[in-house]
Design a protein around this ligand. Structure first.
Ligand code: TMP
Length: 204
């Protein structure tokens, strides 16, 4: 089996930058790796992503949102993540099921046990080996978002503060898997921290 590395954080935390840097590092060192993301890590998932992040003039109930994220994940697990892990790839994923716990449970308020049951069911036994959480205050992260905001980004500061707190609670619960990084540091410093952790954990 390969190694499954996930990146989590609020919008503007720099997680996508770090996921890409890590993937580039693996490729440069001739390590078999694949960079992917949720939602939208498959062609079907791209369509689901479009639905999830577009602005609609109809109601988008939280439960429907939850099910779409989980549908995207189940398709992703079956087409990309599981097959590549079976071929001993290192799979680097920008967001995974901790995002569902943070956004749909901690911020939207959907029942914790229901979210966890769906997370567990759709992932069919696949769990991240290590999860990097890029943490920083919401106000600082939002200063970095200078493009047009998508449906989730358009939620207020309070919503995103709940997401941040949610991520920190999950990290606290799963100390073995999580590495919390200071998202206020510059990207090169953060990347050095990531490499140091991977070496310490003998993943590199
Ligand atoms: P991003 O990948 O560009 O950050 O956009 C994905 C958005 O979807 C982001 O606002 C976080 C949100 N999201 C959830 O609400 N639940 C999930 O399970 C995932 C994967 C993402």
């Amino acid at each position: 089996m390969g190694i499954f590395i996930t990146f989590e954080g609020i919008e503007g935390s720099g997680k996508s930058t770090q996921a890409k840097k890590l993937y580039d590092y693996f490729i440069k060192n001739s390590i078999k790796a694949h960079l992917t993301k949720e939602p939208g890590g498959t062609r079907i998932g791209q369509k689901i992503r479009e639905i999830l992040l577009s602005h609609w003039d109809e109601k988008f109930p939280p439960f429907a949102e939850l099910l779409l994220y989980e549908a995207d994940r189940n398709i992703h697990i079956n087409n990309v993540i599981k097959p590549l892990l079976q071929q001993n790839y290192i799979v680097v994923c920008d967001r995974f099921y901790d995002s569902t716990t943070a956004y749909q449970h901690y911020a939207r308020g959907i029942d914790y046990n229901l979210v966890e049951l769906l997370n567990k069911t759709v992932t069919e036994g696949v769990k991240p080996d290590i999860t990097f959480l890029l943490d920083l205050p919401v106000e600082e992260a939002f200063k970095r978002l200078n493009r047009q905001k998508d449906r989730l980004e358009s939620e207020g500061l309070e919503f995103h503060k709940k997401v941040r707190e949610g991520f920190l609670k999950i990290a606290e619960k799963e100390r073995e898997r999580f590495v919390v990084l200071d998202g206020l540091k510059n990207p090169d410093e953060i990347f050095e921290d990531i490499i140091a952790v991977l070496k310490e954990k003998k993943i590199l």
